[in-house]
Design a protein around this ligand. Structure first.
Ligand SMILES: C[S@@+](CC[C@H](N)C(=O)[O-])C[C@H]1O[C@@H](n2cnc3c(N)ncnc32)[C@H](O)[C@@H]1O
Length: 224
């Protein structure tokens, strides 16, 4: 008979995300649990975007991520934050309490990939107190966080509280055309435009392989 440890172990399956340096991030995903337990396509597109030459080019010595303070919202498995930390950033990955075990597990699994950077996981529920995350980070990263109606107001509130005038929010999301998704997307941008402006990253500035017409990457900044 399988032991409890074996049964718990078998609830997880690993997804590997190749890095440009030839190594791979290993992400435990969970069969049981909510949407944050798997790596979403937007997270892969965003992770690979962080490695593009505009940000990171070992040949020329460009490394936007080195020692930058990065906060990830709704991190899920933590793949985006782990990619940033592996490139040299000081990262805090955040999500609800339920995701903390998975985040810790994935941080431990990929510790060997992180030398100059660092990564820690913390609970941050959108709309709640962010004083523990200030001063404003250099970057806020979010992948596939625009997906349900009740979260829009608290999510934008968190962005307002976290972002300083120099903070760059990089938001990547899959544009879904079914059900409530278009309405939720519209609500998010209507609210966002009151305090923020943004530019969309064209596909030729994204990773050559990991991009998709229905996945958008935006650079969002506070209006001054
Ligand atoms: C669709 S998943 C995306 C996960 C991950 N970013 C990815 O793309 O693979 C949305 C994430 O947002 C988190 N989330 C949802 N509502 C939240 C809230 N109110 N506060 C904080 N995180 C929340 C979920 O727990 C989940 O991890």
């Amino acid at each position: 008979m399988a032991s409890k440890a074996d049964r718990e172990q078998s609830s997880y399956f690993v997804r590997e995300i190749d890095k440009n340096d030839g190594r791979a991030l290993k992400l435990n995903q969970c069969y049981k649990g909510d949407v944050g337990c798997v790596v979403w396509d937007a997270a892969i597109v965003l992770s690979k975007y962080l490695e593009t030459r505009g940000f990171y080019d070992p040949a020329s010595g460009v490394n936007t991520w080195a020692d930058r303070r990065v906060l990830e919202l709704g991190a899920g498995t933590g793949v985006v934050g782990l990619m940033a930390a592996s490139l040299g950033a000081q990262v805090t990955v955040t999500d609800l309490e339920d995701l903390q075990t998975l985040l810790q597990m994935n941080i431990q699994e990929n510790q060997a990939m992180i030398s100059r950077g660092s990564i820690a996981a913390k609970v941050l529920k959108w709309g709640e107190d962010v004083s523990g995350f200030l001063p404003p980070p250099d970057y806020v990263l979010m992948a596939d966080c625009i997906y349900y109606e009740q979260s829009i107001v608290p999510l934008v509130e968190s962005l307002k509280r976290l972002a300083g005038p120099l903070t760059c929010i990089i938001c990547c999301y899959e544009q879904r055309t079914v059900g409530v998704n278009p309405k939720v997307e519209k609500q998010f941008f209507e609210l966002l435009q009151k305090d923020f402006k943004w530019d969309e990253v064209p596909s030729n500035k994204q990773d050559a392989e990991f991009n998709s017409p229905d996945i958008r990457i935006l650079h969002i900044q506070r209006k001054v």
